[in-house]
Design a protein around this ligand. Structure first.
Ligand SMILES: [Ca+2]
Ligand SMILES: [Ca+2]
Length: 122
């Protein structure tokens, strides 16, 4: 399978394609920055890894919401903040999407999360 086919399979599935992916699929709709994490300025450069690949990246400040609209296979998502060399990217948080919820809080502490990810089950 070449990269272009994989990209299409794992990041922009139709519901018919998603139905055959074992473990189900989730459509990531939006992400809201509740609290930026970065020490470099006041914006984060967050990106989401799911299914072994980067499915979204952006730049976000506290209070901003970004549209993702990507369908992922599997239910594990990890959010990182990209930082300039020589710093390593920071892990903000990871989560397991569930069939009953439609939001996942990532990073920070339980009462004070950093990001709110919204999704649909497809
Ligand atoms: Ca950082
Ligand atoms: Ca950063």
């Amino acid at each position: 399978m070449n990269n272009m086919v994989q990209e299409q399979l794992f990041t922009d599935l139709t519901s018919e394609e998603a139905a055959i992916v074992e473990g189900g699929a989730y459509r990531l709709t939006t992400i809201e920055c509740l609290r930026a994490t970065d020490g470099f300025g006041d914006a984060d450069e967050p990106y989401i890894n799911a299914g072994g690949r980067k499915v979204w990246s952006g730049s976000m400040q506290k209070g901003s919401t970004a549209t993702i609209n990507k369908t992922i296979s599997g239910n594990r998502v990890t959010l990182y903040d990209a930082d300039p060399w020589p710093n390593d990217d920071d892990l903000i948080g990871s989560g397991i999407l569930s069939k009953k919820d439609r939001t996942e809080l990532l990073g920070g502490s339980k009462g004070n999360p950093s990001y709110r990810l919204r999704y649909k089950i497809v």
